[in-house]
Design a protein around this ligand. Structure first.
Ligand code: NDP
Ligand code: 2IT
Length: 457
């Protein structure tokens, strides 16, 4: 056995033993185990010759949240029935700044999902270059079909417990699935009322009360900047590229809009009911219509096919069967499986960028890597959202508001820096960039070194 193969075998053995421990300590948490594996598989080879990280149990400590809050959220529906949901906040890692990360309201929310999201967030926030730790929270509340007043009462009850655990220098939540401007407004109003303080304790706020320009657009726009950077680094461009996008929420609609602005063709959008396909590429007017459908009328994506002649609806299906150059999963975790990956590869996909968090199953990621499809991992691709959240925190602390052009150029610059960090840590001897390894290592180093400075805390 050559020396490098012996080292590889040893690294694999460490990784296996490490994952056995993670699985043993976190039974019944498949999403969390999946997220830890995805990072650890890149980090073990990197730290093989850096004993300080092993000796100080850095990866073991990183896989334990610093603190988890789990609480009851009672509220009353419009018929006067008492309802009860579960609320959570996972304060994962504060090595490089206050806990920072979104709140998700969706019936599937559980501890495994929030731990995976909080763990991922730690590395993502590190990549932004801003001083933010990692956290995530939410509730198994389903906003679909609820009136504004029901959503308001739920948000107020949720904040009535959450407020004691957060603060502008402690933990700063934001939006995620099911939590947008409406929910952030209700929660900020309740925080302010309970504490009698007007501070930047949440991001994604309305522009009238401390929100930042570009925050709403940041995740989708940032994802497209990242995809463009990947293509350009490989000597290609976005011009004329056919792009399939899943989801039709905040991330998906802004990604579609930026695709159009950068010269690409957004072909699909979806929701949990199915996907819509526009072979001509969606126009800005159609994207605006979908935004209004989702944010104001709170309707279903199928309605787009009834409204526009050149849009078809495919019930119960995901968009990965459509032939495209680039795919941008932008809905939820594990929405691209190995069959979907095989179809995309067969149809000639060149690049896949994860705009949602962990939308590709491990087997799909492996398939893309094997087929030399450029693969942008979520923690790099969608970091623009939390990046502009960080800029919202800066503006709130300084009590100023930057203009849109300035924020757009900061976002674009941040995505370029993240891309370049991935290239720095992920360029392989064979030539192409392994963006997954690059993002994991670049995100890891800063958090790990801060943890080393603190001693064993
Ligand atoms: P939204 O709530 O605005 O939209 C979510 C979209 O995804 C909807 O179209 C929804 O369809 C669909 N979706 C959600 N869950 C499922 C599911 N289980 N199966 C099929 N479709 C589903 O959320 P965002 O756009 O904000 O978030 C999308 C993704 O991006 C998430 O992974 C989130 O974590 C990630 N993200 C978001 C950021 C942000 O700034 N908002 C920042 C970084 C990442 P339906 O209405 O039918 O449920
Ligand atoms: O997954 C994410 O990065 C988010 N949902 C945004 C978090 C934030 O704090 O803006």
């Amino acid at each position: 056995m050559s020396k490098s193969h012996a080292t590889d075998a040893k690294t694999n053995e460490y990784l296996e033993r490490y994952m056995e421990g993670v699985e043993h300590r976190n039974p019944g948490e498949p999403e969390f185990q999946q997220a830890v594996f995805e990072v650890a598989a890149s980090i073990f080879p990197y730290i093989a010759d850096k004993p300080k990280y092993h000796e100080n149990q850095i990866l073991e400590r990183m896989a334990e949240p610093e603190r988890v809050m789990y609480f009851r959220v009672p509220w009353t529906d419009d018929e006067g029935n008492v309802r009860t949901n579960r609320g959570f906040r996972v304060q994962f890692n504060s090595a490089i700044g206050p806990y920072k990360g979104g709140l998700r309201f969706h019936p599937s929310v559980n501890l495994s999902i929030l731990k995976f999201l909080g763990y991922e967030q730690t590395f993502k926030n590190s990549l932004t270059g801003l001083p933010m730790g990692g956290g995530k929270g939410g509730a198994n509340f389903n906003p679909k079909g609820k009136s504004d007043n029901e959503v308001m009462r739920f948000c107020q009850s949720f904040m009535t417990e959450l407020y004691r655990h957060i603060g502008e220098d402690t933990d700063v939540p934001a939006g995620d699935i099911g939590v947008g401007g409406r929910e952030i407004g209700y929660m900020f109003g309740q925080y302010k009322r309970i504490t009698n303080r007007f501070v930047g304790v949440l991001t994604g706020k309305g522009l009238e009360f401390g929100g930042s320009k570009m925050r709403t657009e940041a995740t989708g726009y940032g994802a497209m900047f990242f995809l463009r950077n990947m293509l350009e680094h490989a000597g290609d461009s976005l011009e004329g590229k056919r792009v399939s996008i899943s989801g039709s929420g905040n991330v998906a609609t802004h990604a579609a809009e930026k695709t159009l602005q950068l010269g690409g063709k957004p072909l699909t959008l979806s929701d949990s009911g199915g996907f819509v396909h526009c072979a001509d590429g969606f126009t800005q007017e159609q994207i605006d219509w979908v935004k209004e459908l989702k944010n104001v009328r709170r309707g279903r994506i199928s309605e787009a096919a009834a409204e526009f002649n050149n849009i078809e609806f495919h019930e119960g299906k995901r968009p990965w069967g459509v032939e495209v150059d680039c795919a941008l999963p932008s809905a939820t975790q594990n929405e691209v499986n190995s069959d979907d990956a095989a179809t995309l590869i067969k149809n000639g996909v060149k690049a896949v960028a994860e705009a949602a968090n962990m939308p590709c199953e491990q087997a799909a990621v492996d398939a893309f890597t094997e087929a030399n499809v450029m693969f942008g991992p979520a923690k790099a691709v969608n970091a623009g959202g939390v990046g502009v959240s960080g800029l919202e925190m800066s503006q709130n602390s300084a009590r100023i508001a930057w203009d849109e052009d300035h924020l757009r150029s900061l976002l674009e610059g941040m995505m370029k820096d993240i891309h370049d960090s991935c290239v720095e840590y992920g360029t392989q001897e064979s030539g192409p960039v392994n963006y997954l390894a690059g993002a994991n290592i670049a995100g890891f180093v800063k958090v790990a070194d801060a943890m080393l400075s603190y001693g064993h805390v």
